[in-house]
Design a protein around this ligand. Structure first.
Ligand code: 5GP
Length: 242
């Protein structure tokens, strides 16, 4: 990262953002931190930073190849990604194909693993202190988080990501259960997929065994050794041998 980095802009739970000499770009450093329960559970997982940076780079490249605009430019080091600077929208956009996680906890008639009638897109406010409350499209416009036009675009892009990623994962023997994406506006106002898309932000189930191949292993209390094993295995499937 030497030669690129200038000053630290912000630090999240798992990534640090640095300014660069080019004001249109920033550097994202993926750290080895792993967290759950709105940040209340925290550990350090060896190699997680490089694994998630590589997986994100692979997925962003795949999306770009399919005409989906993202912030990704290149990986400049194993844990550092050069990206377009965006004005981030503080909303987590979740797309679900099968029932799991929050959906099962929130609604009595939803059973874990059931295929949803059609993919479901949900919006959550990105705020750990308030436990990421669910937002309706009305909330989004009334609170000034997104315009109606932006909501339309975000939904269209999210459905396209779902199509591309589901197909890709299926070929690797994985079921894309759900995923979370975040969007931002570039300097022209165009919406792009920002943040990250990796083993922390997707649910992936082994097609044959049904086992979780993602951060759920950590959320559900798996040992760090097991979590590490799963991250390496999924990394190898998505990116290739290390
Ligand atoms: P759920 O709402 O069921 O907890 O999560 C739905 C999907 O969004 C899962 O794939 C989960 O990994 C992802 N997701 C939800 N919230 C977050 C978050 O705060 N950070 C990350 N990295 N992923 C999230």
């Amino acid at each position: 990262m030497e030669g690129y980095r200038t000053e630290k802009l912000t630090e999240g739970k798992t990534k640090t953002v640095y300014l660069t000499k080019n004001s249109d770009e920033v550097l994202l450093e993926f750290r080895n931190d792993i967290t759950a329960l709105d940040g209340k559970k925290h550990d350090i997982l060896k190699e997680k930073g490089s694994i998630n940076a590589a997986v994100s780079a692979k997925i962003f490249s795949l999306l770009e190849e399919n005409g989906i605009p993202t912030h990704f430019i290149e990986l400049v080091a194993p844990t550092v990604m050069r990206v377009r600077r965006l004005e981030m929208i503080p909303v987590e956009v979740v797309c679900r194909n099968f029932a799991a996680g929050h959906l099962v906890k929130s609604y009595p008639f939803v059973k874990k693993g059931e295929k949803l009638r059609r993919s479901l897109i949900e919006f959550f406010l990105k705020n750990d202190l308030y436990h990421d409350p669910l937002l309706s499209e009305e909330h989004l416009t009334v609170f000034g988080l997104m315009s109606k036009e932006e909501i339309r675009t975000v939904k269209k892009i999210t459905r396209k990501i779902n199509k591309v990623l589901s197909k890709y994962m299926l070929k690797l023997g994985l079921r894309l259960v759900d995923f979370k994406v975040e969007f931002g506006r570039d300097k022209t106002g165009k919406l792009r997929v920002g943040d990250e898309l990796n083993i922390d932000s997707m649910r992936l189930w082994d097609l044959k065994t049904g086992e979780s191949m993602d951060k759920d292993v950590y959320r559900q209390g798996g040992s760090l050794e097991k979590v590490s094993q799963v991250y390496v295995q999924t990394y190898k499937l998505i990116v290739g041998e290390k």
